[in-house]
Design a protein around this ligand. Structure first.
Ligand SMILES: [Ca+2]
Ligand SMILES: [Ca+2]
Ligand SMILES: [Ca+2]
Ligand SMILES: [Ca+2]
Length: 289
């Protein structure tokens, strides 16, 4: 709103000096373009100027993240660099959408899991963030709603948040990053999947590997264009509960009777189809299923 990329903290108690005029009480989701779009903005005479709310603004990417304590580079306890020191995240409200933002910041394709309870050991720095409420599409954790930067000693390092990231599957050719032709990595090259037996259960596994909550559609016939690599999988037969496409039965890697005009796609969604992030398409899927 002020030309910065977001707010890092909302300090109270007039940290930036007392203003004059009406004191406003504001309730926002944090994604609004303007204060006028917030749920509620009204004058509050019970709140003196000593409680004026401020905002610490940033430009660019304020948070660096790293993963510590995992058995490989794609997993670990999430550590966040802020103000010169590495801190941790409390697992309160920590979920796949938050993990997905961390994984994408680190160059992975998505998140497989968002373990809490210090699965990857306890950190020793400040507990900087809690109640992360990412939508999953943000480029940086600082763009997500959260409780404000602090040292949440009441949470404790026993609740340090972690992630398990994934690379090796991607969506190509869609109009946004939640849809596209499904491509998988094999021996260092990207290849495609044939649409024979391709359905919502298979697409769901792909979507969940990428950190989405599920699949709205499993289009075939190269809806998102034809790929050019090898056709790696054919007759994919997922039950829909697998964590990884590699666990689903298929003909064998590279074994197929297909052309690229049969390339399989996926359309994924984030959030419950009944919840506050629902889209029109999301509601349609209730009737489709
Ligand atoms: Ca969350
Ligand atoms: Ca076919
Ligand atoms: Ca086939
Ligand atoms: Ca199938």
């Amino acid at each position: 709103m002020l030309g910065f990329d977001g707010a890092l903290a909302a300090p109270r108690s007039a940290r930036f000096g007392q203003g004059s005029g009406d004191v406003l009480r504001v309730i926002c989701w944090g994604t609004e373009g303007s204060l006028a779009d917030c749920l509620g903005v009204w004058p509050d005479s019970s709140c003196g100027h000593h409680k004026d709310v401020g905002a610490v603004c940033y430009s660019g990417d304020p948070f660096q993240v790293r993963l510590v304590g995992g058995s490989n580079s794609a997993e670990g306890r999430v550590e966040v660099l802020y103000d010169g020191s590495w801190g941790n995240i409390c697992d309160d409200s920590w979920d796949l959408r938050d993990a997905r933002v961390v994984c994408k910041m680190l160059g992975f394709d998505g998140a497989l899991a968002a373990p809490g309870s210090a699965r990857f050991g306890q950190g020793s720095g400040p507990i900087l963030l809690t109640r992360l409420a990412c939508k999953g599409t943000e480029d940086n954790l600082a763009d997500c709603a959260h409780a404000g930067i602090g040292n949440y000693t009441s949470c404790g390092h026993a609740r340090d948040a972690g992630v398990i990231c994934y690379s090796g599957v991607r969506l190509v050719g869609g109009s946004n990053d939640a849809e596209g032709r499904v491509e998988v990595m094999h021996n260092g090259s990207w290849g495609t999947i044939c649409d024979d037996s391709w359905d919502l259960r298979d697409a769901r596994v792909v979507c969940r590997m990428l950190g989405f909550d599920g699949a709205l559609d499993a289009p075939g016939s190269a809806r998102f264009g034809q790929g050019s690599g090898d056709i790696l999988l054919d007759d994919v037969w997922c039950s829909g509960t697998e964590e990884n496409l590699a666990e689903c039965p298929h003909r064998g890697v590279g074994v197929h009777n297909c052309g690229h005009n049969e390339d399989a796609g996926a359309i994924c969604y984030l959030g419950s189809v009944f919840g506050p992030y629902s889209t029109e398409t999301g509601f349609e899927s209730i009737y489709k299923d």
